[in-house]
Design a protein around this ligand. Structure first.
Ligand SMILES: C[S@@+](CC[C@H](N)C(=O)[O-])C[C@H]1O[C@@H](n2cnc3c(N)ncnc32)[C@H](O)[C@@H]1O
Length: 219
């Protein structure tokens, strides 16, 4: 047994539905590995249960894997809503690639957490601020070339004390590999990492999970 197998066999199972979605994503899409997968999916769900957000924003739905995981956390929270909390928690997730809609929407609608997900096709950069919502948590997982712009957009609509989770911030280790110095996506991630490391508006820590997941708290 490998260490990865050991970790997964001692973490909450992803469940049949998500496992089927993971398989379908890898069979029917070119970049299937973009989906969060078992370990990160369970971590996202756990973060939702810890942060207890009313409103979550996701930039980059892709096949819906991470959206369903976070919505599972919202559903779990709705079972034990404490005094002062509203029961209507929601994840707003945006996907800019309209070709994904035919694949993703049935998977979201067919899940048992569909009521917790508002899936929209379009550019989160312009559409998310138009919602007029103050978010408690955001999962940033869109275009790596413009991560810093996306961060600024999200920070504006995140409440003080809210959390941003930014995915792929180690980018396969390319952030410390000179061979990737001219790669625009690596540059985008490096620029983002350097910027937030000295941004006084936030606290931040990079978790070396999967491809790097940065936790950011707005002061
Ligand atoms: C890494 S995938 C998302 C994976 C998904 N969050 C998961 O973990 O299962 C990134 C997705 O972001 C989408 N995207 C990139 N820029 C975007 C934007 N500005 N607004 C909405 N979606 C965007 C891409 O089309 C792509 O499908």
């Amino acid at each position: 047994m490998t260490l990865d197998e050991y970790i997964l066999s001692h973490s909450e199972p992803e469940g049949d539905y998500l496992h089927q979605l993971w398989r379908a994503t890898n069979i029917h899409t070119i970049h299937g590995r973009m989906a969060s997968g078992h370990l990160q999916g369970r971590l996202l769900k756990m973060f939702v249960e810890m942060i207890r957000p009313q409103h979550i924003l996701e930039v980059g739905t892709f096949s819906g894997y991470s959206a369903i995981c976070m919505a599972e956390g919202l559903k779990e929270l709705s079972k034990d809503t404490t005094a002062g909390e509203q029961p209507t928690r929601k994840l707003y997730t945006f996907e800019i690639n309209d070709e994904m809609e035919d694949f993703t929407r049935p998977w979201i609608d067919g899940s048992d957490v569909a009521d917790y997900i508002d899936f929209r096709i379009g550019d989160a950069m312009t559409l998310a601020p138009q919602l007029g919502i103050s978010f408690d948590m955001a999962f940033v997982d869109g275009d790596k070339r413009t991560y810093r712009d996306c961060y600024e957009m999200v920070l504006k609509i995140l409440r003080p004390g809210g959390f941003i989770l930014a995915d792929n911030t180690l980018w396969d280790g390319h952030v410390v590999d000179p061979a990737y110095d001219k790669d625009k996506q690596t540059h985008g991630i490096e620029d983002f990492n350097d910027f937030i490391a000295r941004d006084p508006r936030v606290e931040q820590v990079i978790l070396p999970v999967r491809d790097g997941l940065t936790l950011i708290r707005k002061r």
